[in-house]
Design a protein around this ligand. Structure first.
Ligand code: 9MG
Length: 284
């Protein structure tokens, strides 16, 4: 008898009242509301600029917009709850009724609660709801959750990442976090997983994960991949952050080939075209 241990993938992702079909790859547009992202003309000007940017990404084809107020770049220092709240809540308020699910990129349970009350439909947590309060904050609602793997903390995670087998360890970690989320009452069709490219990983670790992405299919939940502008692309191409579009598109397509269903990107317009070509090829 043939064994098929992979649970079937739901045909959709439920994010609050939004039901996103997974028949085609989805694009999550990145909106960072950090001091280096928008010229700082004060709190209102910054929120206006971030919301305008998010609306532009939606016009360009983003299926989800991901709003974050704490940088998780390698070496980034943590920010207080109050500071993070001041950055993101005014943006969420401005995006009410924008027509696509708005995701909150945070690891703070209290901010998750406030963001959900302000209209967020998805929680993108780089610590995979490890805080029981974060699990409780999301389980009691209908929001989607993105469970990401990270080794260490953003401040120090790139200092000496080590794995015996990065793919096996990341996959087993994510399998455990999916089990914990389901046990807490989060339905499988609300869960996404993400290997966390660049989060406590060398370029070699990131490439191993990208190459062996099909091994994550057995988790039975959709896979999100975020390679956009990341430093591994800089290592491979020798290009600075602002010049990594071609590398980002190449990595995005490789992730789709490996089974990723959601791409987290800065350059929505260009990624949309690449995804359309990928889909045309897949269906030919
Ligand atoms: C917040 N953030 C930065 N990079 C990311 C990635 O690759 N995945 C997810 N889920 N979040 C990210």
């Amino acid at each position: 008898m043939a064994l098929n241990p992979s649970p079937p993938l739901a045909p959709h992702l439920q994010c609050g009242t939004y039901r996103l079909s997974l028949d085609r790859p989805l694009i999550m547009g990145v909106v960072n509301v950090t001091p280096d992202s928008f010229s700082d003309g004060g709190q209102f000007a910054t929120a206006d600029a971030a919301a305008t940017h998010a609306r532009r990404l939606i016009d360009e084809g983003a299926d989800i917009v991901d709003i974050g107020g704490e940088s998780t770049r390698p070496g980034a220092a943590p920010v207080s709850l109050d500071e993070e709240r001041k950055r993101v809540l005014p943006v969420l308020e401005r995006l009410a009724g924008c027509g696509v699910p708005v995701s909150i990129d945070t690891r703070k349970a209290q901010l998750m609660r406030e963001a959900i009350a302000a209209g967020a439909s998805l929680v993108n947590d780089v610590t995979a709801l490890e805080d029981p309060e974060a699990t409780a904050a999301t389980a009691a609602t209908a929001v989607g959750v993105c469970l990401m793997h990270m080794q260490g903390e953003p401040h120090t995670m790139q200092q000496n990442p080590h794995y015996d087998d990065v793919v096996r360890e990341v996959r087993e970690y994510l399998a455990g976090r999916v089990r914990a989320a389901e046990a807490a009452g989060i339905a499988r069709d609300r869960i996404l997983v993400d290997p966390g490219f660049g989060f406590g990983k060398t370029p070699e670790h990131n490439l191993a994960l990208l190459k062996r992405l099909p091994e994550f299919a057995g988790l039975g939940v959709p896979l999100l991949a975020g390679w956009s502008r990341k430093s591994s692309l800089g290592r491979i191409t020798g290009r600075d952050t602002g010049e990594r579009l071609a590398g980002s598109l190449a990595a995005a397509l490789l992730a789709l080939l490996g089974g990723a269903r959601i791409l987290r990107v800065h350059d929505v317009k260009e990624t949309r075209d690449a995804v359309l070509v990928f889909e045309a090829w897949r269906k030919a």
